[in-house]
Design a protein around this ligand. Sequence first.
Ligand code: IPM
Ligand code: MG
Length: 360
Amino acid sequence: MKYNIAVIRGDGIGPEVIAETIKVLNVIAERFGHTFNYEYLLAGGCAIDEEGTPLPNKTLEVCKKSDAVLLGAVGGPKWDNTNAKIRPEQALLGLRGALNLYCNLRPAVLYKPLKNESPLKDEIVKDGIDICIVRELTGGIYFGDRGVDIIDGVKSAYDTERYNVNEITRIVRIAFETSMKRNKKLTSVDKANILESSRLWRSIVNEMANEYKEVEVNHLYIDNAAMQIVKDPNQFDVIVTSNIFGDILSDEASMVTGSIGMLPSASLGEGTLGMYEPIHGSAPDIAGKRIANPLATILSSAMMLRYSFSLEKEAKAIENAVFSILEEGYRTGDIMTDGKELIGTVEAGNLICEKLKKGE
Ligand code: IPM
Ligand code: MG
């Protein structure tokens, strides 16, 4: 089959991790007889530099018509002026909003070979960690009314957390469906002791629980959830939460599973078009040094094969190859420990390609 992939390399380590991912996808294409057409597009800081806008129209138009969007990372200190009206991150929010990608799946898995990389003690990690965070992605405070004004002569600024019933219902539905395919345990995270929007959220979760009697549902406040992730991550299977809480919890979960350099994500909407990106940022401090971990982006491409193209076998092949090189002891700097073999970005990509070529 033939698939059109819009590729956004972005800023910082984005181009480096994307280059390795394309290599891996090309091996998949060859081995399984597919054609992947890549169209490279500008977004983020580099688009601000070249086109004066973080999300050029052309980028958006091509993404809309593609079968999937693969993204590296955007942002960096060069564009980090907090007073700036134009910021690289607007590209991400613009794409998520315009493509209606309201569902963000962020699996946080501690791969067995990386057990020692978790900062948590063995007795907490036990057999490994496997959490799926379902984050709402096109609503809440990220997209709510915001502004700066002067009240009684004092400058003030505000952002609004607003959710309607439809926005909550559709994401909670996905979370229940995801739970049914996993261990039938769903934790909804909110701040219902304070926020009205959380109380609406919670009531919808409870209502829908009646349709999914097999799923064990519990609710946690965000502060408690943040604590529980480090105290006992194995109590979680699927977590569903709002845009901002999901942003925070997914970074926390990534650390618990060893490194932020390992975690992929899929942003999905109503159809099969999705956007796939690592959850890490552009890591400007290590950009260009060829030491970035490309595994999160490579694993994101596996999610692309699975969710947008329904190519489960191919997705599994990539995931297995990643697992194998970790098991064989290869480590990029972020997950390096004594006795392992330190590799760079390109070597990591090459090793995975070799595994895939051998059909392992
Ligand atoms: C993420 C990132 C983004 C977010 C930023 C870069 C806008 O942190 O994807 O988690 O907050 O959603
Ligand atoms: Mg984040």
